[in-house]
Design a binder for this molecule. Structure first.
Ligand code: HXC
Length: 523
């Protein structure tokens, strides 16, 4: 039988389909794949193989083709239009994905490429499952013109509509330039691969021409720059494989959607465990730092802690832990960095995390040791008033169970901001080492006893004497406890037991929310 005749048989058609699929699945071809590997990157298909449980990935719209005829595109085939879309299982749970493939015309985003992404985003939203984007793209497909921009617009719209409804995670695994950076920015969590990924609005060449500044791709928009300076990147990863593994770890803490139950893990830890190590963690000297992460790990099941934005605004820690197998979001001041003070970046970091947890029904545990807000023109002009207000807003609007533990300093407005009772904390506990006051003793005495101190024979001794009296009255948890401003004073070693009991007691918490369109958070 001739080839043409054979094509018209059922078997022939199936063979033809297989041949076409195979050729498309090779994406940009061997030469481009080698180039990708040479730059220490996997192809999109290799990434998906690592990401999904074996054999579960279902590809959507493999046969989509671009329809542009401009600038030679009529003669150019772009397999799968540069993006692999679909869904599959990650540790048994369904997740939707769009993985751009740099081997296929640089993963550039044209009209049909975007429409493939829209399709899986729409599916993820209606199916109420997480959406993951693996970005590796030269940006808007230049030859196609404005339909590419329309494509991005549709993605940003879906990122926004799906926000707070399904978890959205973006991994930057290659270039992400220009407006393309805004889909990651609209997602909940951004991962970057060290050395092979970068993000920026305008690249080094444009910067040099426009403002004469010289900077490399990596310095400007590499993983470390965004993880330490801008806060855009929440996780720095070492390789493509490490990045995909860390995304899976994050997913294990997240529900499928805001209407889905929290994932429950097997718990081998005990409800009765005493944390003896916490009884000696607070130094005798109030200005000494200690390791707040040790406290978080002591409270968590089996010392497990998954920290986010670890390298940015290190004066505050945000992390997921599990308590009796259930995810909990932890926000804690970090006395090791700027004494755990609140500043612009710490406020932003914590506020966004609080809103994420609240959107997905993850209870909040706040561990407070805060000396105040960072003083100075730098912070005032950077808008500490506006940014600090976000924290008040985020805590106040959150309706998930909110438990607060005060380990040491709880001073002034920053005390209010770290989920104090009046911001809606369901239960505030303090360790005997807590100091709950409008401000530190020395500063307070300098103001209220200015005359007495300056007229004293020995002003320093007088200040110390007055400060001791102030400390006795305010720098302890008893005054606050006597007014019912905190619920309990607890031994540090009981903290895990107490948190477990409270999470159980509050698990069916319901708050009445006023009927309105939405809040107006001070952005
Ligand atoms: C069309 C593109 C492309 C693009 C890359 N390619 N970017 N095609 N539109 N934006 C194609 C190349 O022509 C080449 O095709 C293949 O992808 C691989 O690209 P190379 O340049 O050979 O790769 P490399 O040397 O590794 O350089 C990678 C790069 C560079 C640094 C990303 O390609 C680059 O600068 N691209 C343009 C980046 C950019 O300016 N994007 C912004 C566009 S405007 P062949 O056929 O030879 O394999 C934008 C605005 C979005 O994105 C606004 C949204 C709101």
């Amino acid at each position: 039988m001739s080839d043409d005749l054979q094509k018209n048989t059922t078997q022939g058609k199936i063979e033809d389909f297989k041949k076409r699929s195979k050729s498309l699945k090779l994406m940009g071809g061997e030469k481009q794949i080698k180039k990708q590997h040479d730059s220490k990157k996997l192809t999109a298909r290799e990434r998906l193989d690592l990401f999904f449980d074996k054999g579960t990935f279902q590809e959507v719209q493999l046969f989509v083709e671009h329809r542009s005829t401009l600038f030679g595109l009529d003669k150019k085939e772009i397999p799968a239009d540069g993006v692999i879309t679909g869904f599959g299982n990650v540790n048994g749970r369904v997740v939707f994905v769009a993985a751009q493939d740099f081997t296929s015309s640089g993963g550039s985003l044209g009209e049909m490429h975007a429409k493939k992404i829209w399709k899986v985003m729409d599916m993820a939203i209606t199916a109420q499952k997480p959406f993951i984007a693996l970005n590796d793209s030269g940006g808007a497909r230049i030859q196609e013109g404005v339909p590419s921009l329309e494509g991005y617009g549709g993605i940003f719209y879906r990122n926004t509509i799906g926000s707070g409804y399904i978890p959205q995670i973006t991994a930057i695994m290659g270039p992400t330039a220009g407006g393309a950076v805004y889909s990651p920015a609209l997602a909940d969590w951004v991962f970057m691969v060290k050395g092979s990924s970068f993000m920026y609005i305008t690249g080094p060449d444009v910067i040099k021409v426009v403002i004469g500044e010289e900077v490399t791709h990596d310095e400007l928009g590499g993983a470390i720059a965004h993880a330490t300076k801008s806060g855009v990147c929440h996780f720095v990863t070492e390789s493509d494989a490490d990045c995909l593994e860390k995304i899976k770890q994050l997913l294990s803490y997240l529900p499928d959607s805001c209407h889905s139950p929290l994932p429950l893990s097997d718990c081998t830890d005990s409800t009765e465990r005493i944390c003896k190590e916490l009884d000696s963690i607070i130094p005798d000297k109030g200005n000494r730092a200690y390791d707040m992460k040790k406290i978080i790990k002591s409270i968590a099941d089996n010392s497990g802690m998954f920290e986010l934005s670890e390298l940015w605004a290190q004066n505050i820690i945000i992390a997921f832990i599990r308590i009796m197998g259930k995810p909990v979001g932890v926000i804690a001041n970090n006395p090791r960095f700027a004494a755990g003070v609140l500043d612009v970046n710490a406020s932003d970091k914590a506020s966004r995390f609080i809103r994420f947890c609240d959107a997905f029904n993850i209870p909040l545990l706040t561990i407070m040791d805060v000396p105040g807000y960072m003083p100075g023109t730098n912070q005032e002009w950077a808008g500490i008033i506006r940014h600090g207000a976000k924290l008040l807003h985020a805590y106040s609007e959150a309706t998930v169970p909110k438990i607060t533990v005060i380990t040491r300093k709880a001073y002034g407005g920053a005390y209010i901001g770290m989920c104090s009772k009046q911001l809606g904390a369901d239960y505030v506990m303090a360790w005997p080492t807590a100091e709950i006051a409008v401000m530190g003793a020395e500063g307070a005495c300098n103001i209220i006893y200015r005359g007495d101190i300056s007229s004293a024979k020995n002003p320093a001794a007088k200040r110390d004497e007055l400060a001791a009296a102030y400390e006795e009255k305010f720098n302890n948890p008893y005054f606050a406890a006597s007014l019912g401003i905190i619920e309990e004073i607890i031994s540090p070693h009981d903290t895990r037991k107490k948190v477990i009991a409270l999470l159980e007691a509050l698990k069916d918490k319901k708050e009445i929310i006023l009927s309105k369109k939405h809040n107006n958070i001070p952005l």
